[in-house]
Design a binder for this molecule. Structure first.
Ligand SMILES: [Zn+2]
Length: 208
């Protein structure tokens, strides 16, 4: 079997997100760092139908190098990849439950979700909530770059999660953990809940 190309990896992640309802319409974007630059899904595309030939290539500053115009949120991917030299992939969605948590009035900005499960604690750890920015507000770029030096997963207020990983599958896993934990969090909001204790979290291997 031929090696899966980098563009095919991006498409396979995009399709997987779309087919499982983690993105809708033309929302969500996926990127992967390659030797030639950062491959990113194009603007206005549905992750359900975008093809490998339609991916954009940008540089580390977010400037467009080749292919169709990149997603309007590509600057976010470039900023996070600059902040995290060991990361190679970024996934961003407006997934329902994570987006719902990002709209709550009483979320802890330093950490939007409690460690309800061990997998969440291992794959995500801490999830800072970044303040609301209107689409196209580039002040988000500097803030995301700053926060991403310390956290591989961020939640954008009234918007959704953005997650970096060493590989696309690591970024996907962490994004899905956030979505599932957001779902648990909302299900449990009205009843007394026991999150993992600090000791239990400390006993787990650290998140990547
Ligand atoms: Zn978005």
């Amino acid at each position: 079997m031929d090696a899966v190309t980098e563009a095919e990896q991006v498409i396979s992640a995009a399709r997987s997100l779309f087919n499982r309802g983690l993105t809708h319409g033309s929302t969500g974007n996926v990127s992967l760092r390659t030797a030639a630059g950062i491959l990113v899904t194009p603007t206005g595309s549905s992750l359900g139908v975008v093809t490998a030939e339609e991916l954009s290539l940008i540089d580390s500053t977010g400037a467009h190098l080749s292919g169709p115009r990149p997603s309007k949120e590509a600057f976010l991917h470039a900023a996070i990849l600059r902040a995290r030299p060991d990361a190679n992939a970024v996934v961003h969605t407006h997934s329902t439950y994570s987006a719902a948590v990002s709209c709550l009035a009483d979320v802890d900005d330093a950490n939007a979700l409690p460690p309800l499960t061990a997998y969440y604690a291992m794959r995500v750890g801490t999830l800072p909530l970044l303040p609301y920015h209107a689409p196209g507000d580039m002040s988000l770029e500097e803030l995301a770059e700053q926060e991403a030096t310390r956290h591989h997963a961020l939640l954008l207020s009234n918007h959704g999660p953005v997650v970096a990983g060493m590989t696309l599958s690591a970024a996907m896993d962490a994004l899905e953990e956030i979505e599932e934990t957001a779902k648990l969090f909302l299900l449990l909001r009205t009843v007394p809940t026991r999150p993992l204790t600090e000791t239990e979290v400390a006993a787990l291997r650290p998140p990547r």
